[in-house]
Design a protein around this ligand. Structure first.
Ligand code: GLP
Length: 253
């Protein structure tokens, strides 16, 4: 696990976008895993400023979707990904995949999403945010570390956190479809971005706590190429900050 500590939230977006553009230009990223939430928005805006035919040729796979929101609902992740990723990066909507939370057979929709990732050759780089409770995608605490794409029940805390996107807290769906932790682990590279003090405890548990379902993001300790890109506030509860800064400064031999 690699930890990069930067000063400001904007620095986090710039750094993560640079890493992605480097991979795209080197031909290493064809399938990009994309996340919703506020955390990756600045990253998408930087990518938008660097639009190119290579970027536009990417295929994208979203992490999750609410159950029961029509794709046309402005807060469905179909709609959010369309606004924030497909349009900004200039992707072909045909190449953008979001789990189907409106399917009558949700189990079949989850299996189809896993099959689509496999058929595309797997995800080359997965962008992640992190919930205050340590969730990635919508894998709530106590998710199986080996889980695959499936239906999950959202915690009340997550519904409260996401109520800001809806007119009323009661409008936040109670269930979602999310890539599993086992699915996310199969991405070849993972970049998790976190900004602000509200994420500090979750980041510290994920990076320095035990590997445990109670902090789903801790599963990234098993990933051979996972990078946490943090601003100063999100990093503030890490006990080994000095070490991470040394590694940043001196790089690898
Ligand atoms: C959500 C998403 C996650 C996201 C997290 C944090 O609800 N399903 O993918 O990382 O919450 O959101 P934010 O970045 O807005 O803090």
């Amino acid at each position: 696990m690699h930890v990069v500590i930067l000063e400001t939230p904007a620095d986090v977006g710039d750094y993560a976008a640079r890493e992605i553009l480097r991979g795209v230009d080197a031909g290493q990223i064809r399938n990009l895993g994309v996340a919703t939430g506020s955390s990756p928005l600045s990253l998408y805006k930087v990518l938008e400023r660097h639009r190119s035919s290579r970027l536009a040729a990417l295929h994208a796979f979203a992490l999750d979707e609410y159950v029961g929101l029509a794709p046309e609902h402005p807060e469905s992740y179909h709609a959010v990904i369309h606004r924030e990723v497909t349009q900004r990066l200039g992707l072909d909507p045909e190449n953008v995949h979001v789990p189907d939370g409106s399917a009558t057979d949700l189990a079949a929709a989850c299996a189809a999403f896993e099959a689509a990732i496999r058929a595309a050759g797997g995800i080359d780089l997965q962008i992640l945010g992190i919930g205050r409770n340590g969730h990635i995608g919508f894998n709530e605490p106590t998710s199986s570390l080996a889980s695959r794409t499936r239906v999950k029940t959202l915690m009340s805390a997550t519904r409260r956190d996401n109520a800001r996107f809806f007119s009323d807290a009661s409008c936040v769906p109670t269930h979602c479809v999310t890539q599993g932790l086992g699915t996310i682990l199969e991405a070849r590279r993972v970049i998790l971005v976190a900004q602000g003090a509200a994420k500090a405890a979750a980041v510290a548990s994920a990076v320095e706590g035990p590997l445990a379902g109670i902090c789903p993001a801790s599963v990234l300790q098993l990933h051979p190429d996972a990078v946490f890109v943090l601003d100063r506030e999100a990093a503030r509860d890490l006990t080994l900050q000095e070490y991470y800064r040394n590694v940043q400064e001196h790089g690898s031999p």
